[in-house]
Design a protein around this ligand. Structure first.
Ligand code: FAD
Length: 395
């Protein structure tokens, strides 16, 4: 006969479904390393970075030395971990701040991934080791002022001039733009959309910081202006033509987001749980009121369900079976669940919920941008609608 477990001991509020038991040794090691990094290097200062609207440059090399940049890529100084490990790292980073996870997503999935997957040997050798160490920072220029959800409508052009390429256009909302050493820029050519590896010190290239952002404030977002940017023939990514190039990068980055959003959600849930068990009103902890317990339980269910979904998609990725539509489902649902968790947690914290002394409003504001970038909620809904009906409803 088995002894009944004390329910408070059996049910860890911080890992209720015992999801850590689904991880292998390497995954646990990565999870714990990144969690410690976030606790020591991010959480003490991130409220201040958010307040001042800065991303500290030195974090790049610190994350590089931990092997977090391009971590699931092979060779060229990259750590070559599993996709699940990369996802878990994103989750822990975003438990710190979505801006820090965005830096890692853009560096690894949007800038290093296309160079690794579609670049020439020279491009790989020139950029990947420096980017893996954080010495060089990358950005990804796809969105334009008049071309967001429909990136195929881009106007940026690359024209041949002898063997050179000459690029003209404007890219908008580019993460890391103002601190980047290299930009992967997507442009229209006579042969369709192509990707270009553009050193940001090339004459004609300017990055203007976007100010007064109320979301992802601990992340640099910029406008890129390309005015007669002249590049040698070898600047084009030789391995891909058409929208498959940028879309495959976005699929990689969205995969990190579907894990990351659960990190932000977990941080909000834990902040609300801690607050509810210590804050007293009407002579007792507010966590003793049924209405507050209901909120905490809804958060608990969302965090565990979303993390389980992320882990499942991670396993599919590592088996080479993950489809873009499945990634869309993860991005769609985990980000909206995280937003609901953040909003409820903000409420549980009362007035303290609106200050940067607690992490919740920062996560709540950050998730607004996470909801929009890498495919909005509507675009992922349409992607899933097409996947199950076979009928595209985008236009
Ligand atoms: P729009 O496309 O104009 O959409 C506006 C609204 O209309 C949305 O709700 C959308 O869902 C809806 N909509 C559009 N089409 C349809 C439709 N067919 N049916 C129903 N509804 C529709 N881009 C990059 O290239 N690189 C980056 O590094 C990068 N970083 C970013 C960082 C931040 C902080 C932010 C906010 C954005 C970033 N982006 C980046 C841009 C981001 O990817 C775009 O904002 C996103 O694709 C949406 O485009 P949009 O803002 O132009 O909105």
């Amino acid at each position: 006969m088995t002894t009944p477990l004390d329910p408070r001991r059996a049910n860890d509020p911080r890992d209720f479904l015992d999801l850590d038991a689904l991880l292998d040794e390497e995954e646990v090691a990565i999870q714990q390393t990144v969690r410690k990094f976030v606790q020591q290097q991010v959480l003490p200062d991130v409220g201040d970075w958010f307040d001042r609207g800065i991303f500290p440059r030195e974090l790049a090399t610190e994350m590089g030395s931990l092997g977090l940049l391009g971590m699931h890529l092979e060779g060229y100084g990259c750590a070559g971990t599993s996709g699940t490990s990369y996802g878990l790292a994103c989750l822990e980073l975003e438990a710190g701040d979505s801006g820090i996870r965005s830096f890692v997503s853009v560096q690894g999935s949007l800038a290093m991934f296309p160079i690794r997957a579609f670049g020439s040997e020279e491009q790989k050798e020139q950029w990947l080791p420096a980017m893996a160490s954080g010495e060089a920072i990358g950005c990804f220029g796809l969105t334009e002022p008049d071309s967001g959800s429909d990136p195929a409508s881009m106007r940026t052009v690359a024209k041949r001039d002898g063997t050179d390429w000459v690029l003209n256009g404007t890219k908008m909302w580019i993460t890391n733009g103002g601190i980047a050493d290299v930009a992967v820029v997507w442009a229209r050519t006579d042969d369709g959309v192509r990707g270009f590896v553009v050193p940001t010190d090339t004459p004609g290239f300017t990055a203007n910081t976007i100010h007064q952002k109320m979301s992802l404030r601990a992340s640099v977002t910029s406008e890129l202006v390309l005015e007669d940017v002249r590049l040698p023939a070898g600047a084009v990514l030789p391995g891909v033509e058409g929208m498959r190039g940028p879309l495959s990068c976005l699929n990689e980055a969205r995969y990190g987001i579907l894990f990351g959003a659960m990190g932000a959600a977990r941080a909000c849930y834990e902040a609300a749980l801690d607050y509810a068990t210590s804050r007293e009103q009407f002579g007792r902890p507010i966590g003793g009121f049924q209405l507050i317990q209901r909120k905490l339980v809804e958060m608990l269910v969302s965090v565990n369900r979303g993390t389980l979904l992320a882990l499942h998609l991670g396993r599919l990725k590592d088996q080479g079976r993950l489809t873009p539509a499945q990634v869309s489902m993860g991005k769609l649902d985990n980000v909206r669940q995280a937003m609901d968790v953040a909003r409820e947690a903000r409420n549980v914290l009362g007035a303290n919920g609106v200050t940067l002394e607690y992490p919740v409003i920062r996560h709540m504001n950050n998730l607004e941008a996470v909801y929009t970038y890498e495919g909005t909620n509507e675009i992922h809904t349409l992607t899933l609608g097409q996947a199950i009906t076979g009928i595209p409803a985008f236009r």
